[in-house]
Design a protein around this ligand. Structure first.
Ligand code: FER
Length: 252
């Protein structure tokens, strides 16, 4: 790594913890990289994705979303609307950097869902998206009353959901119920790289196949026998990212 900077991005008074890693000092592409639910920017799979992008000559802006890592906010009160607002602030910040040519967005799991939403919302601003194990069944789960491995009444939403040893405010569910990922998939016509473990027990692999079919210009790299965070085959995920960028950066 040629250069690393650590700082906070302001999002309407919410401080978002960020790190910018650059492969060199020349002008070039930048990818925003976001963790998943309960995650943060120093997880192994996030660092692996960062390393693969640096190898490809892409600068990486890791940003922690509301209620995660060292950013402001309480985990319990995070929602996808807050994350979308945070991600838009990160996009605005990235666009203000004068070394940046093309902008990319990558996220893992709930960050992958975020990536799919931001892709649809920022057509013309973001050149390609890289959803990793994208948890895009969350809105459907919220509408049918299945989240965190539990069942709840999706009409009379409980004040708090408790599961996986965490507490989550009912507003998480209210927000997620309004999100229609297919609409944002339909809006985005740039390249998409989906990487997903075939044995993922947090987000079924079938969602990767479904997203791959719906996107106009998508590449799906299944990671055979691996789970949600690619713990068995981080190298396969990294190769997928390097190969994707090698092609992407040489296409006008
Ligand atoms: C769920 C399944 C997966 C859920 C969240 C996730 C809130 C997200 C996982 C991740 O981001 O790693 O039921 O409910």
């Amino acid at each position: 790594m040629e250069q690393t900077k650590e700082f906070f991005i302001d999002c309407d008074g919410t401080r978002l913890h960020a790190k910018l890693d650059r492969p060199g000092t020349d002008r070039g592409p930048l990818c925003i990289l976001v963790h998943g639910f309960t995650g943060h920017m120093e997880e192994n799979h996030i660092l692996a994705a960062r390393d693969a992008m640096i190898d490809a000559g892409v600068s990486v802006l890791r940003v922690e979303m509301y209620g995660h890592g060292q950013s402001d906010g309480e985990f319990r009160y995070h929602t996808m609307y807050k994350w979308v607002t945070n991600a838009l602030a990160a996009v605005k910040y990235a666009k203000s950097l004068d070394f940046v040519t093309d902008l990319y967005f990558c996220g893992h799991s709930q960050g992958g869902l975020l990536t799919m939403l931001i892709g649809g919302m920022c057509v013309g601003e973001i050149k390609a998206i890289l959803p990793l194990s994208p948890a895009w069944m969350i809105p459907e789960g919220a509408r049918t009353g299945h989240l965190l491995g539990m069942e709840f009444d999706p009409v009379h939403i409980p004040e708090t959901l408790s599961g996986w040893g965490r507490k989550l405010d009912g507003d998480y569910v209210r927000v997620a119920q309004t999100i229609h990922v297919e609409d944002e998939i339909a809006r985005f016509d740039g390249p998409v790289l989906i990487v997903h473990g075939t044995e993922d027990d947090a987000v079924p692999f079938s969602y990767a196949e479904k997203a791959h079919e719906l996107y106009k210009n998508s590449t799906l790299v299944p990671v055979e026998g691996d789970g949600h965070c690619f713990t068995q085959h981080l190298d396969v995920m990294k190769d997928a990212i390097r190969t994707f960028y090698a092609k992407e950066l040489h296409t006008p």
